[in-house]
Design a protein around this ligand. Sequence first.
Ligand code: UT7
Length: 337
Amino acid sequence: MAGASPHSRGVALIGSGSAQAAQVISNNQLGLRVDTSDEWIQSRTGISTRRVSSPDQRLSDLASDAGRSALAMAGWSAESLDLVLLATSTPDDLFGTAPAVQAALGATNAVAFDLTAACSGFLFSLVTAAQYLRTGSMRRALVIGADQLSRFVDWDDRRSCVLFGDGAGAVAIEAADDDGLLGFLLRSDGSRGGVLNLPALDSDEVLAADARHRQGGYRPIEMNGQEVYKFAVREVPAVLQDLLERCAVGPESIDWLLLHQANQRILDAVADRFAIPRPKVLSNLAHYGNTSAATIPLVLDEAVRDGRVRSGHLLASSGFGAGLSWGAALFRWQGPA
Ligand code: UT7
């Protein structure tokens, strides 16, 4: 782990990457399984297809592919990394999947660990990694958001199964004199957490005479969609407003609104709140649905690679989801033009 110069207190975001799950599932395919329709799903969510991992596609495969591609864009060797931080709620291994990603990348000098904050996980991880760079204790970090919620969705529950998909995205960040992370705010409210859960199994079994135990494992996702929707359209504009004021940045200065991709109606409501024109709102919901911790780096990577997001552009980002957890970050993209 290399130390950065004591003058390197800024953070530069300079590379992005993403990886896709193997299978494309359309709304019409879901309509053959549950009582739903392409028209209902598109009009309520903006989603038309989502990607679902093949049975042999591991989370670490997606995360490593996304990470490798971000390293290539940044022009870094894997050995130069000090940190691999993996945001996920669906690890291959509950003890942590980041070390498997570190090994797959060959990031032999990096410490690697997972961070779980559901759909806010990428934003929370970006901010966490940035702190190591700001203190000068690390120089280069790879922040990956990857999830395979397809493995925890009840595919017979039409209220939730139509929303989610799998994917991974990554961002390479480096200590720099020119600070690209203008500000951030992170929030949690566990008292409202019951509206979106991936809960542990709660059945008990006999272990021995006079002793019982509870086997580990999880039930499928349970969600009160309306309450999550209300939470998002209330808290996301509020936290963004707070952040913009603290940074003394007006909405008109934002080049791109980079929100967690949960529902097109949520993206539109937040954009309207700040009078941000629709072409400045990054969205790939139509093709991916909600990929949880992966949505923000995935849609960012697409926009960087197709030339919409360019070096020097200012992005206002917000993640939100289970926990409840939410937050915002204001950053300048400093990758290849
Ligand atoms: O990262 C955060 C993850 N979660 C979210 O972002 C979820 C946020 N919430 C939402 O996106 C929306 O609440 C949903 C898309 C989940 C639902 O949209 P809604 O406009 O809030 O619908 P609703 O729950 O009020 O349901 C309206 C009707 C109900 O029928 P009745 O009771 O009016 O007869 C539902 O049973 O739509 C029905 N419905 C469906 N119909 C066809 C619910 N899901 C479906 C479906 N297909 N897939």
